[in-house]
Design a protein. Structure first.
Length: 143
C-alpha cells in the first residue's frame, strides 16, 4: 500500500482519458503527491473525457510538460498531409532519466546515496550469477 511520503507519477500524453484521471483521483484520495507528465499543449487542446470534467493537469500537484505539440507528431514530410514521428516517448524517457539524476544528486547531498548499478556491472554479461547476487544483496539491504 502506498502511503506518505510516497508519491505517484502518471504518464499520459493527452492527459484527458478516463482511466488516467480515475487513477489520479484515487491517488489524491490516498493523500499522495501526484506528478503528471503530459503534453500541456495537447491536454489544453483536448476536451476532458472524464465524468468529473477534470484533466490530469487539473488534479496534479506537479505538472511536467513533455513539450510535444498537440497531436504528438514532429516531422512534416513534403507531400504528406499530416506530420508523423511521435515525440512523447523520447521526451518521457529523457525526463524520467533526468528525474533519476536529480533525485540521486539530492539524496547524495543529504548523505543518503541511492543504490545504483555500478559501472563494472554495465560491462558484465547480464544474468550472470555475480550480477544476480549483487542485485539481490542491494535490494535486500534496502528493506
Amino acid at each position: 500500500m502506498l502511503t506518505p511520503p510516497d508519491s505517484f507519477i502518471i504518464f499520459s500524453n493527452s492527459g484527458v482519458n478516463e482511466v488516467v484521471v480515475d487513477m489520479a483521483l484515487e491517488v489524491k484520495k490516498l493523500g499522495l503527491p501526484l506528478i503528471v507528465l503530459v503534453s500541456v499543449d495537447h491536454c489544453r487542446a483536448s476536451a476532458a473525457k472524464h465524468s468529473s470534467g477534470n484533466k490530469l493537469i487539473d488534479v496534479a500537484d506537479v505538472v511536467l510538460d513533455n513539450c510535444v505539440p498537440a497531436g504528438d507528431a514532429l516531422v512534416s514530410i513534403p507531400g504528406l498531409a499530416d506530420p508523423v514521428g511521435p515525440g512523447s516517448t523520447v521526451a518521457a524517457a529523457t525526463i524520467v532519466n533526468l528525474l533519476k539524476c536529480a533525485v540521486a544528486e539530492r539524496l547524495t547531498a543529504q548523505g543518503k546515496p541511492p543504490k545504483v548499478l555500478p559501472r563494472w556491472m554495465r560491462t558484465c554479461s547480464v544474468g550472470s550469477q555475480l550480477d544476480r547476487s549483487w542485485i539481490a544483496a542491494a535490494y535486500n539491504s534496502a528493506g
